[in-house]
Ligand binder design. Structure first.
Ligand code: MRU
Length: 376
């Protein structure tokens, strides 16, 4: 994707192949910097602290983390320990386990001296496949947007096609293109007059910080709204479609995504607004059926609720205050108030209009998914 005229992916191998660079997403949108990951421990820390985040990118970073571990020590014990360390970093996104298992299954039968190189090749393949899957999702989603836009009443034809999205399921959450944002980029490039409502996505503000950043760089018209505004906009006909990503999709089509997604699905259902979920195959957990009962929900630090990070606009009075332009974390809540921070929720399949995958569009049902992926 495009950052100031330059094409970027979110992750890559550094020269020499013994370290990996990533974009530090904790500093966006105010600072664009890359960070080097030179060990499995650094890869694990980057995933846990959300330097990298988004289900597909977590998976690719985990795959490269295994490569880094095997470069340092290619033994069976090292492989097992690195797998556990990386897999424990974030529990909800199934792409992480999927990518780790894929690398492990390739390298485990090999003699130790061949493992690091094989892990590198597999991690690179996972990254390249992710790009291809996301671009294909974009093509399938583009057709849906074009059809929905064309089906609007004559008096609305000249107006922008309004899409609402939650969290960041864009290229920053993947290797390139994104899942939910890929159809938006494709539609924008295809000339569809489109506007995006961007949920800020408390507590970490992936919408306000990351989705708005991406859309701005690509020149896509967008407006950031507070998380609670979506239902109101839908009631007043200002949302033509909702599209989100997912961190784990069960075989019957329940989708687990950033906290607050479920409420948007309920509001969409109540207002007859189509609610689409975009996902690559790596996000499907075929072992699970009932998402609400079975998907592990990550609980993150309460400090993400009680405090917020941003760029200082005005210096507060007093010596030692951060200067305008500095990044700062400020407390929102009274001393002594506690917070609770479940990071994801589950939207039942019945609220999902359709799943948009790299293989095409399917109803959010077991038959729909099996029809696409040929599983019995
Ligand atoms: O906690 P995050 O920022 O990793 O959560 C990301 C999301 O919820 C995305 O919507 C999801 O990973 C799908 S991304 C293509």
């Amino acid at each position: 994707m495009n950052i100031d005229g330059q094409a970027w992916r979110t992750i890559g191998l550094e020269t020499g192949g013994r370290s990996v660079w990533v974009i530090d997403q904790t500093l966006l949108p105010h600072r664009f910097t890359t960070r080097t990951l030179a060990s499995c421990a650094q890869a694990a820390e980057a995933i846990h602290t959300m330097v990298v985040r988004g289900a597909p990118l977590i998976g690719v970073t985990g795959a490269y983390g295994l490569m880094l571990a095997l470069q340092a020590d290619p033994s069976d014990a090292s492989l097992a320990a690195a797998f556990e360390q990386l897999n424990a970093t974030r529990p909800t996104a199934v792409n992480l386990r999927w990518a780790l298992e894929r690398v492990r299954d390739v390298v485990a039968p090999l003699p130790p001296e061949q493992r690091a190189e094989a892990a590198q090749a597999e991690a690179a393949a996972i990254a390249d496949e992710d790009v291809a899957m996301c671009e294909a999702i974009g093509e399938h989603g583009l057709r849906i947007f074009q059809e929905l836009a064309a089906a609007r009443p004559a008096e609305r034809q000249g107006q922008p096609f309004n899409v609402l999205t939650h969290c960041n399921a864009g290229w920053l959450a993947t290797v390139d293109w994104g899942t939910a944002l890929a159809p938006i980029y494709k539609a924008h490039r295809a000339g569809l007059n489109l506007h995006v409502w961007v949920d800020e996505t408390r507590p970490r503000n992936q919408g306000a910080s990351l989705t708005a950043y991406e859309l701005g760089r690509e020149g896509v018209p967008h407006t950031v709204i507070v998380d609670n505004a979506g239902g109101h906009l839908m009631q007043h006909g200002q949302v033509d479609a909702v599209i989100v990503g997912t961190d784990r999709t069960t075989r019957r089509g329940d989708v687990c995504n950033k906290i607050g997604t479920y409420l948007k699905a309920l509001a969409a259902h109540d207002n007859n607004v189509p609610f689409y979920v975009a996902l690559p195959a790596s996000t499907i957990d075929w072992t699970l059926d009932d998402g609400v009962a079975e998907i592990p929900i990550e609980a993150r630090s309460a400090s993400e609720v009680t405090a917020i990070q941003g760029r200082v606009l005005e210096a507060a009075a007093g010596e030692g205050s951060p200067a305008p332009g500095a990044l700062a974390t400020v407390q929102l809540t009274p001393d002594g108030s506690t917070g609770f921070n479940p990071a994801f929720d589950v939207t039942p399949a019945r609220l999902v209009t359709a799943l948009i995958t790299e293989r095409g569009v399917a109803p959010a049902t077991e038959a729909g998914l099996r029809g696409l992926y040929g599983r019995v």
